[in-house]
Design a protein around this ligand. Structure first.
Ligand SMILES: [Zn+2]
Length: 333
């Protein structure tokens, strides 16, 4: 390498380093300026953010500074919701109790405070009190009726009180069509209790009702297949299963797992040969394809994973949201 090119190389290197240093210097100065401006501008938001993350006691300070009058009603409601979010349900309850008795607020505001109080009890795990509180909004004419019904449905799900859950869902269905999915599952829950108790006719009626709510409810269809099997109507069971798989081939792993679970759980009727779940599926599949291998189920809403079929997602409480992920069937549409 000649002297000229060596000098040129050094000059280029120096220029590159200098440019990098200058850019870094400028960026640092800019960042500091932005930080200063941001601190002033976003002070109030940061107070709320701090409170949300549970850091500091600034929320209490805000609560103390805010005058307790109708003008600040909405602000106090927001504070109450933040207390609850932070897990301070006692403070939230106390605030909402005071708010609903506040002088000079509208009927709607009273209802709002009552609804928030119901949510506080729910968050604190006091389901009985939450139920009473929310029921008071459902009985009268309130703008919070719908939200209260939704919360009540969740309470009945936790209590596994499917009759009450269904009653609530029926009321909600008029204004919220999407509730039909959960309503169908409530019917299935009731039907499965009857199935285990040997009340096949009642179970069948409930499963038909589930399909009235949601014609695509695979759970109800699979349980109906099981009812046919129990009644010795194997041909009918295979035909029903074939219809289900033709409509939704992806449901095969679920059907196999659920049928296998039922067949292991229910007593074999006297003098009757019971087909295995695999045999039923093979008979119901075109060209007697072998049923898909063991599956992994994943929630399409929250990504929760499970090795076995779950009708309600433990992660997001969605009904029928877990779908089979892997099938070894191959080539199936
Ligand atoms: Zn989920």
């Amino acid at each position: 390498m000649g002297m000229t090119s060596t000098i040129l190389l050094f000059a280029l290197l120096f220029a590159a380093v200098a440019a990098g240093w200058y850019l870094g210097f400028r960026q640092g100065r800019l960042r500091r300026r932005l930080e200063e401006a941001g601190n002033i501008r976003n002070y109030l938001q940061s107070v709320v953010r701090e409170s949300e993350s549970g850091a500091g006691t600034s929320l209490n300070a805000v609560a103390r500074a805010l005058a307790f009058d109708a003008e600040n009603f909405e602000a106090h409601l927001s504070l109450g919701a933040l207390f609850r979010k932070r897990g301070e349900t006692g403070r939230a309850t106390e605030l909402h109790e005071r708010l609903r008795k506040m002088k000079g607020i509208t009927r709607e505001q009273t209802d709002h405070a009552n609804f928030e109080l119901g949510r506080d009890y729910f968050a604190a795990g006091m389901l009985d009190r939450a139920e009473l509180q929310l029921q008071s909004l459902v009985d009268g004419q309130s703008q919070f009726t719908q939200q209260a019904l939704r919360q009540l449905a969740r309470i009945y799900e936790l209590e596994r009180d499917w009759h009450s859950a269904l009653t609530v869902a029926e009321r909600l269905a008029a204004v919220e069509p999407s509730v039909s999915t959960s309503a169908a599952h409530y019917c299935c829950e009731l039907a499965e209790k009857e199935l285990l108790a040997g009340e096949s006719a009642v179970a069948r009626r409930l499963l038909k009702r589930a399909l009235d709510f949601d014609a695509a409810c695979a759970r109800a269809r699979i349980d109906l297949v099981e009812l046919d099997v129990m009644a010795g109507n194997i041909e009918g069971a295979i035909a029903a299963l074939r219809e289900l798989l033709a409509g939704d081939p992806g449901v095969a792993p679920v059907a196999r797992d659920v049928l296998a679970r039922w067949l292991a759980r229910l007593p074999v009727p006297v003098g009757q040969a019971m087909p295995s779940a695999d045999a039923l599926l093979a008979a119901a599949t075109p060209e007697n394809d072998p049923p898909p291998a063991a599956s992994l189920y994943m929630c399409t809403q929250c990504g929760f994973h499970s090795r076995s079929v779950l009708w309600m997602c433990p992660g997001c409480h969605g009904w029928g949201t877990l779908h089979s992920q892997h099938t070894s069937g191959g080539g199936r549409p």
